[in-house]
Design a protein around this ligand. Structure first.
Ligand SMILES: NC(=O)c1ccc[n+]([C@@H]2O[C@H](COP(=O)([O-])OP(=O)(O)OC[C@H]3O[C@@H](n4cnc5c(N)ncnc54)[C@H](OP(=O)(O)O)[C@@H]3O)[C@@H](O)[C@H]2O)c1
Length: 331
């Protein structure tokens, strides 16, 4: 039987959707057919894929007829409404939204960490939050080497993490400020991001945390299978186009020298070490690449068995499209 799959990309015109097309083409994913779906706003648009122009079709309940694999990146509302139609049509759904991530019947998968969980799917597999995927790829080798006791993380999240329109808003506002000295009012992001940053990603929840910070705690616990792990996140939006960065401090069960941690990172799949004087990972160098880059690895001054490090990962690739395609490749 042919391995080629009939694939639909839901949200194909978006930031993650565009990256899906790039990743499917680059990795030569075995395609029998490819259907591009988006909202009625995109009717009539055509998108380039592997040298061809494909039409964008409107998402409808029967758009999944004859589809084996549906890659969703159109937000939680669309996923909640349409994933069941895809599953009913016989497709496996890999969803990028937060709609199903904490459902105990839905695997939440980072292939380098818990691929086996994907085998228990009942039609839907959830792709984790972008900042969480990058963090977990680096936490796993430390968990294996010395046990994890607690995690404190601050993120520096790119505009594209809030979608295509947020990235365009940052570009337009930066141009307007430089050329005209005028700061336009934001329409997509909660504040103007040009030459600015703000400590809010997603909406506020309980105890002064935000939903993004809650996701980082809850999803990390599920992926690493550590249901009580304390994970304290502060998520910050920064005027970077692409790539999330994170400053991480961990307390471990047993002591691990920075040199041993570096070795663990070097051996870990999906991680690359960029650590020296003066080398460290930065978004401009990591954008468009697959692994999460780790540097500034050092002993903690706050925790007895502690380490600090810095990571940068392309959240549109490993934080979203690439991770989902890797899941699909392994099904
Ligand atoms: N951006 C990231 O770095 C990132 C990382 C991980 C996960 N995610 C998640 O991935 C999802 C997509 O994010 P994004 O950044 O790609 O957003 P985006 O750039 O705003 O794209 C949204 C996509 O969804 C489509 N869409 C919106 N409403 C729709 C509807 N009612 N019916 C059909 N299609 C609809 C849009 O189509 P139109 O163009 O026709 O409006 C567009 O293709 C979100 O759940 C997000 O949380 C994003």
């Amino acid at each position: 039987m042919s391995r080629a799959r009939r694939v639909a990309v839901v949200g194909a015109t978006g930031a993650v959707g565009q990256e899906f097309l790039a990743v499917l083409a680059e990795r030569r994913f075995p395609l029998a057919s490819l259907r591009l779906l988006a909202s009625p706003r995109s009717a009539g648009r055509r998108l380039r894929f592997a040298g061809e122009e494909l039409p964008v079709e409107p998402l409808t309940p029967d758009a999944f007829r004859g589809v084996d694999l549906a890659l969703f990146s159109a937000g939680g509302t669309v996923a909640r409404e349409y994933a069941r139609h895809a599953v009913a049509a016989g497709a496996v759904v890999v969803d990028n939204s937060s709609a199903f991530r904490m459902d105990p019947n839905v695997p939440l998968v980072v292939p380098e960490i818990n691929l086996a969980a994907a085998r228990n799917h009942q039609g839907v597999i959830a792709n984790p939050n972008c900042s969480t995927i990058l963090l977990c790829l680096t936490l796993r080798p430390l968990q294996v080497a010395a046990g994890l006791r607690r995690v404190v993380v601050s993120t520096y999240q790119a505009a594209s993490g809030a979608g295509q329109r947020a990235m365009e808003e940052l570009r337009a506002a930066t141009t307007s400020l430089v050329l005209e000295g005028r700061r336009p009012a934001p329409k997509v992001l909660p504040h103007s991001l040009a030459f600015n940053l703000f400590p809010q990603v997603d909406v506020f929840t309980e105890g002064g945390f935000t939903r993004e910070e809650d996701k980082m705690q809850n999803e990390t616990r599920k992926i690493l299978d550590l249901p009580d792990l304390p994970v304290e996140a502060t998520c910050v939006r920064v005027p970077v186009e692409r790539c999330h960065s994170e400053s991480v401090s961990v307390e471990l069960d047993r002591s691990l020298t920075p040199a041993a941690a570096r070795e663990a990172f070097v051996r870990a799949a999906g991680v690359v070490v960029v650590d020296g004087d003066p080398a460290y990972p930065m978004p401009v160098f990591v954008a468009g690449t697959d692994p999460v880059a780790v540097g500034r690895i050092r002993a903690s001054r706050a925790f007895a068995h502690g380490l600090c490090y810095w990571l940068v990962g392309d959240q549109l690739r490993k934080g979203a499209a690439l991770n989902a395609v890797q899941i699909a490749e392994n099904l």
